[in-house]
Design a protein around this ligand. Structure first.
Ligand code: HEM
Length: 391
């Protein structure tokens, strides 16, 4: 405890020079009884099985313990009540924290000391013992406050230390992940060219086969696997080496319209109905068009995938003064709570064919635009992904 806080506590219990003088006088009169009081205190503490277990575990020497308690009593009866006193009492508190003495034991033990000393004070037969006992109660409260404060100090120190260790571990993880990411990106880069070569060669082989040759099916399976590998390598590169967005003002409705039109040309959407709302609201934002197209395309494909067994996809656009919102919702299978929580983690996927990078890339892109992306989902009912962009 800081000395200033101790002074504040002294003011709080109205401890003044008169109390100090009362304690000096009482201490002098009680001093011969200190060994006996320390003995009784020790007996009371060790009679309690749990407290006795703490004494045994700490291998506390009874004689030393009693002497230490006696020294403590001498200290608080005499003063001065300065920073050195606070330091000494804090050390007692710290010794208790070290032996893991529960705080409530100190409070009850302090009452034992209080009772013993009060009784002894009344037995002295001095005039007006009540005044001296009042001062005694004030100092015992202050001593207890300092001892208990050691718990707070030690715990907050431990919390800070644990927090620092956690941060250090996290930093190590991040730098490890950064290295792994860079390695993966280099690997992806190395894979892409030979993959294009293999794909070309397979297509040449396929082209010489008769239209009804059963080996055509194998060729087409090889090509689709190559395509998958290529997509993974591309996603890895986008994720690990993101390009800073080059932003210009664009009409968001038009961007969405173009993306959906392009997707409809491919097989991925099958016959899943896509409903668009608000695309003509005129909302515009400063975006990197191709990056935002990629985000919308990833999200619409995810939504369509979730709807494979029925359901529909809807894309909504709306705006207020500061923000633009794009929401892609589906009435598909929905996600579990765990999946929602981990959805943006790289390599987290529930799809057999997914790279686990799609949503992580979306998040990176949206955040590079100073925007936000959030997911809401109810299992069995559907999912909504909302993008918020600055106008
Ligand atoms: C208000 C009540 C108490 C007071 C005033 C008090 C006082 C002291 C003092 C003066 C010391 C020596 C500190 C040092 O080495 O610097 C000490 C240590 C110790 N106290 Fe207490 N004590 C109290 C309550 C208790 C209780 C209830 C237990 C129960 C087991 C306990 C167990 C211990 C132990 C095990 C040590 C030794 C720590 C070590 O060796 O490091 N104390 N106490």
């Amino acid at each position: 405890m800081e000395e200033s806080l101790f002074d504040e506590m002294k003011r709080y219990v109205a401890f003044d020079d008169e109390d100090a003088a009362n304690l000096q006088a009482l201490g002098k009169a009680l001093e011969p009884a200190f060994p006996e009081i320390a003995e009784r205190f020790y007996q009371r503490v060790s009679a309690h099985p749990a407290a006795a277990a703490i004494l045994t575990e700490a291998r506390a020497d009874g004689t030393q313990f009693k002497r230490a308690v006696q020294r403590w009593m001498e200290g608080f009866f005499v003063g001065p009540y300065d920073s050195e006193h606070v330091r000494q009492v804090s050390l007692i508190g710290k010794a208790h924290v070290r032996v893991r003495l529960p705080q409530q034991y100190m409070i009850t033990a302090m009452n034992v000391v209080r009772t013993e000393l009060t009784q002894a004070a009344y037995h002295l037969g001095q005039p007006d013992p009540a005044r001296a006992v009042l001062s005694l109660n004030k100092i015992l409260d202050l001593e207890l406050a300092v001892m208990l404060d050691s718990y707070r100090e030690t715990y907050s120190h431990q919390v800070r230390q644990t927090e620092r260790q956690r941060m250090e571990r996290r930093l190590e993880e991040v730098s490890h992940l950064a290295n792994v990411g860079e390695l993966a990106a280099s690997l992806a880069h190395e894979i892409k060219n030979p993959l294009a070569g293999i794909s070309g060669a397979i297509q040449v082989i396929g082209s010489v086969l008769e239209p009804d040759d059963p080996r055509r099916e194998i060729i087409s399976e090889i090509l689709s696997q190559i395509d998958r590998l290529d997509r993974t390598a591309r996603d890895l590169l986008i994720y690990a080496r993101p390009k800073p967005p080059s932003r210009t003002p664009k009409n968001l409705g038009k961007v969405i319209e173009r993306t959906v039109k392009f997707l409809r040309q491919g097989p991925a959407l099958h016959d899943i109905p896509i409903r668009c709302r608000g695309l003509d609201c005129g909302a515009s934002a400063r975006i990197d068009e191709s990056q935002i197209e990629q985000v919308i395309s990833n999200l619409v494909l995810n939504a369509a995938h979730a709807c494979e067994e029925g359901g529909e996809v809807s894309i909504s656009l709306w705006a207020n003064r500061d923000n633009r919102y794009i929401e892609i919702a589906d009435t598909g299978c929905g996600m579990t709570r765990e999946s929602v929580e981990r959805a943006f983690e790289p390599f987290f996927t529930t799809k057999v064919k997914g790279t686990g990078l799609g949503l992580a890339i979306c998040k990176r892109i949206v955040e590079a635009h100073n925007g936000r992306i959030t997911i809401d989902s109810v299992e069995g009912k559907g999912t909504q992904v909302r993008i918020q962009l600055l106008g």
